[in-house]
Design a protein around this ligand. Structure first.
Ligand code: MN
Length: 349
């Protein structure tokens, strides 16, 4: 997916000084008893989405939980759009013309519907529910995403992963992987598309330690998962009310849990099956700059990527088979980067 904001701001993410990955919030002046309480019930930061229209009069709207003022990164996960269930008869579905990416990977994960993907690597693939499609932008890639005519309801997430500095100029790549859902009797299912969880391991290579899994929970089911204590986690709720480590999350909310936990407990508080996506990773130590569809390390990186796209440089290649023009890059703001920092633990109320 392309970031379709007409005036995207530059977002600086993951400053090591901003508290991202600062552990369990030590140093906030809490007394011993509160400290003990927090050991049992870790603090969960509830991130609410903002609605971003995908453009056009009938356009579908996505719910963006990352990046936002309160948090820009969860591990290397740097962008989370959640959309649908969306009746494409009403909205026209998805039709994203050729657009570029640098310095990141895109993860397309659907709950329903189908999207046709084409990229400048020559990949032509169909994104279907329960199937991972991971595109690596690296130094530069271009792609298109169009919901297919047989799609009636479009529903899913589009996630981006920031590449670490040593791999940010890696060659473009596209991978497809279908995880076998793990059934937990009487509780739900777990589909691990990146990393490992509940004994399931995705074979797909990541450039930093990462977790991505769809978890469904039967009505009122409770599930305790062993997790990597070095990871921070985010649970995006698609459907249902789900209690994560003691905090109830409603549909479209993303609950963030600091590193340091070796288990996470999810409880479906609703009478329906709940669906969630669990993201995790080791805190991303580098500061990155995101603007439009690019990730770099500086404003100059972004300006160069924009210039390369506007001049149709070989850097991004060409997407074949899309009946329309490429997306022009928005105007780059002259202003210096607008920093967005995660709050220090002490700022939390
Ligand atoms: Mn895209």
């Amino acid at each position: 997916m392309s970031n379709v904001e007409s005036k995207p701001v530059e977002v600086r993410c993951g400053s090591p000084a901003d508290g991202n990955g600062n552990g369990n919030g030590e140093g906030d002046g809490a007394g011993d008893s509160e400290q003990v309480t927090r050991e049992r019930e870790p603090r969960v930061d509830v991130l609410t989405p903002r609605d971003v229209p995908l453009g056009g009069p009938r356009a579908m709207t996505v719910r963006r939980t990352l990046p936002q003022r309160a948090r820009t990164l969860i591990g290397a996960w740097c962008f989370a759009d959640h959309y649908g269930p969306d009746d494409v008869a009403g909205t026209g579905g998805m039709d994203v013309a050729p657009h570029p990416h640098t310095g990141l990977q895109t993860v397309s994960w659907l709950f329903s519907g189908e999207i046709e993907h084409r990229d400048s690597l020559g990949s032509h693939a169909y994104v279907r529910p329960g199937e991972l499609n991971l595109m690596t932008g690296g130094h530069g890639i271009a792609h298109t995403e169009v919901s297919t005519p047989r799609t009636t309801v479009l529903h899913g997430v589009q996630l981006w992963v920031a590449l670490p500095g040593e791999h940010r100029d890696t060659e473009r790549d596209f991978q497809h992987y279908v995880p076998g859902p793990v059934r937990v009797d009487g509780t739900g299912t777990i589909s691990v598309f990146l990393g490992s969880l509940a004994g399931a391991v995705s074979p797909v290579r990541t450039f930093t330690p990462l977790l991505g899994a769809e978890i469904t929970l039967e009505p009122h089911a409770s599930l305790t998962l062993a997790v990597d204590p070095g990871f921070e986690h985010g649970l995006l709720v698609d459907h249902g009310d789900v209690r994560l480590a003691g905090t109830v999350l409603h549909a479209a909310e993303l609950g963030y849990v600091h590193p340091g936990r070796d288990t996470l407990t999810l409880v479906n508080e609703s009478d329906d099956t709940a669906r969630t996506v669990l993201l995790g990773g080791t805190p991303f130590e580098e500061e990155i700059v995101m603007w439009w569809n690019f990730i770099g390390r500086s404003h100059e990186d972004i300006a160069r990527a924009r210039e390369d796209w506007e001049s149709a440089s070989d850097r991004f290649g060409t997407v074949e088979g899309y009946p329309g023009d490429r997306l022009p890059a928005p105007v780059l703001p002259n202003a210096t980067i607008r920093p967005r920092r995660n709050p220090a633990p002490a700022a939390h109320s």
